[in-house]
Design a protein around this ligand. Structure first.
Ligand SMILES: [Zn+2]
Length: 275
């Protein structure tokens, strides 16, 4: 499932494939992927969206795609495109549309097209005016967990409260980009139990966590970056220390990894070394 590292990899792909090039064609295979704002629901499709995106993008030159949290913002002259990968979205470059292709962008002087592929259809693109793109990208989000990572005291202030730290880390309004996988991985790195209420963490724990989050995200970008990404739930090898490893030995101490549902999401941790 795409979280910040996977979205950062998508941003880099789009930059490689399109930045500085003129859009030749917009191919809408599923008009419902073009929505009124960032929405997970195909029923929020923008009426006439396919024509509107083609009108705005064809002939325009792609700028440098930006990322904040799990969102991408991409400028094309006067128009901006917001992209959210949802639960299963990714971009691939192909001559022909792959299965579950929702939208294709082709560029002058480049073979094939960049295809937005999304089997589960929670992902979307939305058209916004270029001068509103930065605001739309940041709307409702805290600082980026990789590029604007808070320090220990900053993180403590942002996540203050009684919620378990794992639940608080998923609150995109407090910190943008950390999802279920990277929350459990960062907590394992920092040696903190996911159940710990935020208000119980001391300054040393916040400092470890503030370091562990960007380290985890950076490590994952490096581990996963490829011309075409494969997600763990698609059968790619699981590179993570605790995520989806219940019952297997902890890489740090050998105790069996535990799992539970916390805040409605699968949670994994080592009961021995995450005190
Ligand atoms: Zn352990």
């Amino acid at each position: 499932m795409p979280e910040l590292p996977e979205v950062e990899i998508a941003r880099r792909q789009l930059a490689r494939w399109g930045e500085g090039r003129r859009v030749r064609e917009v191919i809408a295979r599923d008009a419902a992927a073009i929505r009124r704002g960032l929405s997970t629901r195909p029923s929020d499709a923008l009426p006439g969206g396919a024509e509107a995106v083609a009108r705005a993008l064809v002939g325009a030159t792609a700028g440098a795609p930006a990322r904040l949290g799990k969102r991408i913002g991409w400028r094309f002259g006067e128009a901006g495109l917001l992209v959210h990968l949802g639960m299963s979205g990714k971009w691939v470059r192909r001559e022909e549309p792959p299965p579950h292709a929702r939208l294709g962008l082709s560029f002058h002087d480049v073979d094939g097209a960049a295809w937005f592929v999304d089997p589960r259809r929670f992902g979307c693109v939305a058209l916004v005016p270029a001068d509103g793109l930065d605001a739309a990208l940041a709307d409702g989000l805290g600082p980026d967990a990789l590029d604007a990572a808070p320090d220990g005291p900053g993180l403590a202030a942002r996540l203050a409260g009684r919620r378990p730290i794992k639940v608080a880390l998923l609150d995109q309004a407090r910190l943008a980009g950390v999802g279920n996988i990277h929350a459990v991985e960062a907590l394992w790195r920092a040696g903190i139990s996911p159940h710990t209420p935020c208000e119980s963490l001391d300054a040393a724990a916040w400092a470890r966590l503030a370091q562990a989050i960007p380290a985890q995200l950076r490590w994952t970008v490096e581990a996963e970056e490829a011309d075409e990404i494969a997600y763990v739930n698609e059968g790619a090898a699981n590179p993570f220390a605790v995520y989806a490893r219940a019952g297997t030995p902890c890489r740090r101490c050998g105790a069996a990894i535990a799992s539970a549902i916390l805040g409605g999401r699968s949670t994994f941790w080592c009961p021995a070394c995450q005190g």
